[in-house]
Design a protein around this ligand. Structure first.
Ligand SMILES: [Zn+2]
Length: 225
């Protein structure tokens, strides 16, 4: 797709024309009155992370908030809208392998624009909490930081929504989009890393949320920390 602006626009318009032709009026009829998403999704702006990873028609299913580093603090207004107004039963924080925001947050980013610095500064707390072992290489520190950040964003979300969680009206889930297969569970698989603040693998796997999943499937979605 990458080329001149003129080529990109042509590509987008042709794509939209194809989309229009492929969707019947019935599809849009359902969207007429209001939105009714099931999930408030906070994810990174990284172009490699897309809602198509869920393999479902995501129109009207996902209320999506995106920023660098899948952060909640800078977008609590939008998240509030998804939770208080649209009443989605799930708040999903989706991080991903090789997150550039996390890498930048771990390096010296003083030469970035003021607004980039401001957003990256919010990552300082989770990045300080990463436990580094002597034999950790850069790759494992990076992925630990991605996990830590998702855990931290969930902790922040719980400061606002813990009452809804307690009442059973909201579940906050952390996932990692592993398009690089860092976790050796296949490229593109999401790894479930946190539920309502809990990140212990055994407890996660036995969580009642996954009662309907086979053991075989469960083994593909959780990793040993
Ligand atoms: Zn990212």
């Amino acid at each position: 797709m990458k080329n001149t602006a003129k080529d990109i626009i042509k590509y987008l318009i042709n794509g939209n024309n194809k989309y229009v032709n492929e969707h019947e009026q019935e599809f849009f009829e359902k969207l007429k009155d209001a939105q009714s998403p099931s999930v408030t999704l906070v994810t990174c702006s990284d172009a490699r992370v897309q809602t198509s990873i869920f393999g479902i028609e995501t129109t009207d299913e996902l209320f999506v908030i995106r920023n660098i580093g899948n952060q909640v603090l800078s977008n609590f207004g939008s998240i509030d809208y998804g939770i208080y107004h649209l009443k989605t039963p799930i708040l999903l924080i989706l991080g991903h392998t090789h997150c550039g925001a996390i890498k930048a947050g771990m390096s010296n980013y003083i030469n970035e624009s003021f607004d980039i610095i401001k957003e990256l500064n919010h990552l300082a707390i989770p990045l300080k909490m990463v436990k580094i072992n002597n034999n950790d290489d850069q790759e494992s520190i990076w992925i630990k930081a991605v996990e830590q950040n998702v855990d931290y964003q969930i902790r922040l979300a719980l400061t606002k929504y813990s009452e809804l969680v307690k009442q059973g009206n909201l579940t906050i889930i952390g996932m990692l989009d592993d398009f690089l297969n860092i976790y050796k569970k296949d490229e593109g698989r999401v790894i479930i890393s946190n539920i309502n603040g809990e990140n212990n693998k055994k407890k996660l796997m036995n969580h009642k949320l996954f009662e309907n999943l086979s053991e075989e499937l469960k083994n593909k979605y959780f990793i040993n920390w």
